[in-house]
Ligand binder design. Structure first.
Ligand code: GLU
Length: 509
């Protein structure tokens, strides 16, 4: 029987969540849901120097906004708790000690100064590698070089030390990546990474392997930037638990800058004017704000969709996928090896499509908040939603609703008189004066009555209705946009329509 699918997203709480991070979450989530498995979020906070307050909460808020809820995590609990590595500190030492005992790791007592000296001397000799590895370990202050009694003495005296993995030279380490196929590393290029730090805290390398084992992780999906660490992890699996127990790996392609080469960074977002974080993130140290997709008005449905297709497709031309469809169609073997260029214009297109596709009631709460912040009062919820549904085809980001729907709630602040004035005439003025009278007398206020009255009066006055519709639109909307003008009149009501026409006539003079 094959293992139950258990995948994990393992963020380090060091800052905001980059869209590449959310895509890693998404692919983990989709894989788990597709295979009836579990999606685990484990917080990898063993590097205390990089710990940033608030980052963990922020990550969980992002996942919640995206609708990608973990089955097990710090917040959701689970059978394998705790899910924060700093709280698991005591579990790791025994594995490091076991490696020492079996000859796969060693105690290293070198001070930072000694390591610096070693690097300087390697540099002076013109050595191409400055790594702590098989070349130099025999010259350093560690249990490989020292006699067992000397090592014991140092340990007994409580001398600060780390435990390093002992990478054997001239070997190859291979594994099969679900996206990239067979990958082979030469151990001569791998350094003796620290596994356990002097304060007893594991490094990422030890913790990730031990926890993937203890939490029965079946598949480990992570960013391509972790590929160089893979040989260390594979050797740890081999020495500690056996390679047959190892999860299957997939190293996800990078998300690339829209221009040039290389990984998309926060700086590219600042430079090109778009967010790269899921939600607004304020750096607690500097107070700097990095804008998020949520706050600029993306829908989570669109965000998930655009991330899913950054590096994956289902083999057809289909571009719009709901989360349910993604769960059904996602497969790791259709993830591309090469990086995917991020295109913000395309990202906005996805949002536009999703704004159109979803009923406005799905996002009206968020639009309402934006309206309130812009000083527009919303009294009637049903009316509000019907207005949003009427104009949603014209909106790309949620704040666009302010311009596209604001005039349904209050008269436009300014009128685009330039669009009307050159062709304005006494005859048109008379038309609208009379139209006001006829509208006042209308018994039923619906699109047909408003429109027929308009057309009949235009015919009687021998003016083309087309020439009157633009002024009417400017009167009601303020500009040359919006849905059918008679529909707008019907929705804003008789009194308001008449008031706006009257007001405009004064301005058009
Ligand atoms: N803690 C690592 C990170 O911050 C996780 C890498 C992995 O998934 O193995 O990305």
């Amino acid at each position: 029987m094959s293992k139950k699918v258990r995948v994990r997203f393992a963020p380090s709480p060091t800052g905001g969540l980059h869209l590449g991070g959310v895509r890693t979450v998404l692919y983990n989530y989709l894989y788990a849901k597709k295979h009836g498995g579990d999606f685990i979020v484990r917080v990898e906070d063993t590097d205390q120097t990089r710990f940033v307050p608030g980052a963990e909460e922020y990550i969980f808020q992002c996942l919640e906004w995206c609708g990608l809820q973990p089955d097990e995590s710090v917040l959701h609990g689970g059978e394998y708790a705790p899910y924060r590595q700093s709280e698991r500190k005591e579990m790791y030492r025994q594995y490091a000690e076991q490696l020492v005992k079996n000859g796969h790791a060693y105690y290293a007592f070198d001070t930072p100064e000694e390591i610096e000296e070693m690097r300087e001397s390697l540099k002076a000799k013109g050595s191409h590698s400055l790594q702590y590895d098989y070349n130099i370990r025999h010259k350093m202050n560690n249990s490989v070089r020292l006699l067992p009694e000397e090592t014991q003495k140092l340990l007994d005296a409580g001398t600060p030390h780390v435990i390093r993995i002992k990478i054997e030279p001239n070997q190859t380490v291979s594994f099969t990546d679900m996206i990239r196929g067979e990958i082979t590393f030469d151990t001569n290029t791998v350094d003796d990474k620290v596994l356990l730090k002097a304060d007893g805290m594991p490094t990422y390398h030890l913790a990730v392997v031990v926890d993937d084992h203890l939490m029965k992780i079946s598949h480990a999906f992570r960013g391509e930037e972790w590929l160089p660490s893979a040989p260390v992890h594979i050797l740890l699996w081999k020495y500690l638990f056996g390679v047959n127990e190892m999860p299957e790996w997939a190293h996800l392609p990078l998300i690339l800058k829209p221009d040039g080469n290389g990984k998309l960074s926060k700086r590219d977002g600042d430079r090109l004017g778009f967010p790269v974080y899921a939600m607004d993130w304020t750096d607690p140290k500097t107070g700097d704000l990095t804008k998020g997709f949520k706050e600029i008005g993306f829908l989570p449905e669109a965000f998930n969709n655009l991330l899913a297709v950054l590096g994956w497709n289902d083999g057809t031309e289909q571009e719009i996928f709901s989360l349910e469809e993604l769960i059904e169609k996602f497969s790791m073997d259709r993830v591309h090896k090469g990086g995917a260029k991020f295109d913000f214009e395309k990202a906005k297109w996805y949002n536009h499509e999703w704004i159109k596709k979803l009923p406005a009631s799905n996002y009206s709460g968020r639009v309402k908040d934006i309206f309130i912040a812009s000083g527009i009062e919303v009294k009637d919820e049903a009316y509000f939603i019907s207005v949003l549904d009427l104009v949603k085809d014209r909106c790309t980001l949620l704040p666009d609703f302010v311009q596209q729907a604001g005039y349904f709630f209050s008269a436009p602040q300014t009128l685009d008189t330039e669009a009307v004035k050159p062709k304005w005439s006494e005859a048109k003025n008379d038309f609208f004066e009379e139209y006001i009278q006829q509208l006042t007398a209308l018994a039923t206020w619906d699109v047909a009555s408003i429109e027929n009255t308009f057309k009949d009066l235009a015919a009687a006055k021998n003016i083309k209705p087309g020439e009157l519709q633009l002024p009417m639109r400017i009167m009601l909307v303020g500009g040359k946009f919006g849905p059918a003008v008679f529909t707008i009149a019907e929705m804003i009501g008789k009194e308001e329509t008449i008031a706006r026409i009257k007001n405009a006539l004064v301005i058009f003079g």
